[in-house]
Design a binder for this molecule. Structure first.
Ligand code: KG4
Ligand code: ZN
Length: 337
């Protein structure tokens, strides 16, 4: 079964064709990052206008790269939330129009669930199946993106039990805000990772938030600490590379500690990492070195927003007959678990 996936929840206009939830036929992502960089973050109105301009060309390219037209597609999947309302609406309306015009089932996908399903994709095509196998349940999932930081147990397809979440900033949001404080531009995650990688070790240690609920996260105190240091409120400001390393270590340590604790306390078979921050090499390295269980992490380009993960998730939703009505509304505040 070939599914056309569409993703426009934030600042990436994306379309992909995925077969049987695993095999990538095409994966097109038009990033708006450069457009938003001058504002230091995503401007919702600018994002939805740009989606509108790009979406049809992106879908056409995804179909052409898969050597298909819509007659070769079995279902249309789209991100329904969470995300920016105006941006979600562009993808949702285009998906509904295709589904209606070609009499195809429409599948409404939770973006956070989509991120997890990037772990089902085989980036290189059919031949890799035997190497990777499929994730086993129950799976411990850490979703770290620009808008969310959630730790959930996936009991089976579509069944999630949330253990914890961020009580303030998401991990990616913290990277973006601290990058702005350090004058490193947008998006902040890759910028901080690059500076930190060139700096080696830091003698500076930044705080890790201690919360009452063991699986919750907090990153806003860390951001405030960096702000105070940069402003010279605690003496001579440390060199920028030291700050980048210390900040990254603090975020990685908080995330890894929660995952390790959950891996010990919860009956789970393996760990699935996902979301834009999962592209971070230091996080990937720290988890793979310390994880007591098999760890699955998508390649970096499938960690950040894409439509292949949406099409992959939709395949498993369709297996249980989860077809959305054509008047399905977007859900900007949708959660998982
Ligand atoms: O999942 P995603 O592409 O979009 C959302 O759903 O939010 O995540 C984007 C976030 C941004 O905050 C970005 O700075 C962060 O992921 N990110 C990274 C890296 N690449 C992207 N954070 C740390 N290291 C990276 N290499
Ligand atoms: Zn995302």
């Amino acid at each position: 079964m070939k599914i056309l996936g569409i993703e426009t929840s934030c600042d990436e206009t994306a379309a992909a064709v995925v077969e049987d939830g695993r095999f990538l036929h095409s994966n097109i992502v038009a990033s708006q990052a450069q457009l938003h960089a001058r504002y230091g973050g995503v401007v919702p109105e600018v994002a939805s206008r740009k989606h509108l301009e790009s979406i049809l060309a992106v879908v056409d390219t995804a179909l052409a790269s898969a050597s298909l037209d819509l007659r070769g597609i079995d279902a249309v999947a789209v991100t329904i939330g969470p995300g920016l309302a105006g941006s979600l609406l562009v993808g949702a309306n285009v998906a509904k129009a295709f589904a209606y015009a070609h009499d195809l089932p429409l599948v409404a996908v939770n973006h956070l669930e989509g991120h997890i399903y990037a772990n089902w994709l085989l980036p290189g095509g059919h031949q890799e199946e035997s190497v990777e196998g499929t994730p086993r349940f129950p799976a411990l999932c850490l979703i770290v993106s620009g808008g969310h930081t959630d730790i959930v147990v996936m009991e089976g397809h579509g069944h999630y039990r949330r253990l914890g979440q961020t009580v303030d900033d998401a991990a990616g949001e913290a990277f973006d805000k601290v990058a702005r404080l350090l004058g490193l531009g947008f998006p902040g995650g890759p910028a901080i990772e690059k500076v930190a990688a060139g700096a080696g070790q830091s003698h500076l240690t930044l705080p890790r938030a201690k919360l009452k609920r063991p699986y919750d996260f907090s990153f806003s105190g860390l951001k405030t600490k960096v702000h105070r240091l940069v402003q010279g409120e605690e003496g001579t400001p440390p060199p920028l590379p030291e700050l980048a390393v210390a900040f990254q270590e603090s975020v990685v340590d908080s995330l890894v500690s929660a995952v390790l604790r959950a891996a010990k306390e919860q009956p789970v078979a393996e760990i699935l990492l996902s979301g834009g921050v999962a592209a971070n090499a230091r996080l990937r390295q720290a988890l793979s070195q310390r994880s007591p269980l098999p760890l699955r992490v998508p390649p970096p380009h499938l960690c950040t927003d894409n439509a292949a993960m949406i099409a992959a998730c939709a395949y498993f939703r369709l297996q249980v007959g989860d077809v959305a009505p054509l008047d399905a509304d977007v859900q900007p505040g949708l959660r998982i678990g």
